[in-house]
Ligand binder design. Structure first.
Ligand SMILES: Cc1ncc(COP(=O)(O)O)c(C=O)c1O
Length: 377
């Protein structure tokens, strides 16, 4: 047996996206690609901004000596300073490069933070619905996920705009969360970190301003990437930012940099670091995602789906008309529509739609959504 028992179990637990992928491939063979409407993956449909390609060309045309070599494990100072300047502008806090570590995407950032903070048996509080990888990331570092704070809690992990709901946590909610964490810290005599997973921070609709966690807890850490805001998920470029006023910042930063190295990431991709240093104020055309949200949300409401209007990201999480979300997802598949059951996000009875797809895919899925809900009208 090549694969460990533990990983086999995890693979079964986390198999829903793979299952959708395999069933989608079979469906395409059977019906032809044009009759399958795949709304199961969070892969941005838009291209990176023009400035990305301009920077790429500039670097290729005038390479600097040593630009592909190893660097300090935290990343280039110039890139970290550019990220810090952007964060300082957005938050009004005095960020410098000393509070930033460049990482291999948000997934890499989250693993580095959890590796740095968790002792065996420590717990991470997550709120359902959650990104399923959190369970595996916590386990990677000897921790586990829970729904409430206790004496073993080291981290409260939030994600806004949220995958799978598209909900943005407002400042009032974050303030309340900060108060609860600080009250619990006093009661339990522990330190609890607020870890904010923000790869969709700039994918916001209706002119909404992003409410930053830094204003609500000093022990707050952001893990994010440019996978979605610059449409670069394959390039694996992200960062960690630590609250500039956190007391033990020096030790924490040393730990993060050590773990970035020893998890085997070593450092974030060099070329991408040079490029994103110049793109901190750039974002993909969010209007395209907003138009898709407006279209799909309006159509689903007309069909009488019960769904919260997303404020950001590019997902929707409607209630399934029957409790058995896996069965409803199978029924949608009969109409060629691929979505993900809510059970995998910790909230059965719902399903996730990823609407970062071509308009024709969204439009093509509508008859399937209509026919599936009519079975239960
Ligand atoms: C909520 C959430 N966190 C983290 C990630 C991982 O992002 P990255 O591709 O930057 O590792 C994703 C990717 O879809 C996500 O949806």
């Amino acid at each position: 047996m090549a694969v460990s028992r533990k990983i086999k179990e995890s693979m079964e637990q986390g198999s829903m996206i793979r299952r959708m992928f395999e069933q989608g491939a079979a469906l395409r063979l059977e019906r032809g690609g044009e009759n399958v409407f795949d709304l199961s993956l969070g892969n941005p449909v838009v291209e990176p901004p023009a400035a990305f390609f301009a920077e790429l060309r500039r670097l290729a045309d005038s390479p600097e000596p040593g630009m592909h070599r190893y660097m300090p494990n935290a990343g280039y100072v110039e890139t970290r300073a550019a990220v810090a300047a952007q964060l300082a502008e957005e938050t009004g806090l005095a960020f410098t490069h000393d509070e930033v570590v460049m990482t291999v995407g948000a997934g890499g950032a989250l693993n580095v933070v959890l590796k740095t903070l968790l002792d065996p048996g420590d717990e991470v509080v997550v709120f359902a619905p959650y990104f399923v990888e959190y369970l595996f990331y916590a386990d990677n570092h000897g921790g586990s996920c829970r729904a409430s704070i206790n004496g073993s809690t080291k981290v409260v992990l939030i994600n806004s705009p949220n995958n799978p709901t598209g909900v943005v946590y407002d400042a009032g909610l974050l303030a309340r969360l900060g108060e609860i964490i600080q009250t619990k810290e006093r009661q339990l005599g522990t330190e609890i970190f607020l870890l904010s997973d923000e790869p969709y921070r700039r994918v916001l609709f209706d002119g909404l301003e992003y409410p930053h966690v830094f204003h609500h807890h000093r022990r707050s850490i952001v893990a994010t990437s440019h996978s979605k805001d610059l449409a670069l998920p394959g390039e694996r470029i992200g960062y960690i930012a630590v609250h500039p006023d956190y007391g033990d910042k020096g030790e924490l930063m040393d730990g993060l940099i050590f773990c970035n190295r020893t998890l085997g990431f070593v450092n974030a991709p060099a070329l991408m670091q040079r490029i994103v240093a110049r793109l901190q104020s750039e974002t993909v055309d969010v209007g395209e995602y907003q138009a898709k949200r407006d279209f799909l949300y309006g159509q689903l409401r007309d069909m009488r789906y019960d769904v919260v209007k997303p404020q950001g990201a590019f997902y929707m999480f409607p209630r399934s008309p029957i409790d058995d979300d896996a069965r409803f997802v199978d029924e949608l598949m009969e109409y060629g529509v691929l979505v993900v059951p809510g059970g995998g996000f910790g909230v059965p009875g719902h399903f996730r739609i990823s609407y970062c797809v071509e308009d024709k895919t969204l439009a093509g899925a509508l008859p399937g959504f209509q026919a599936a809900i009519e079975r239960y009208a």
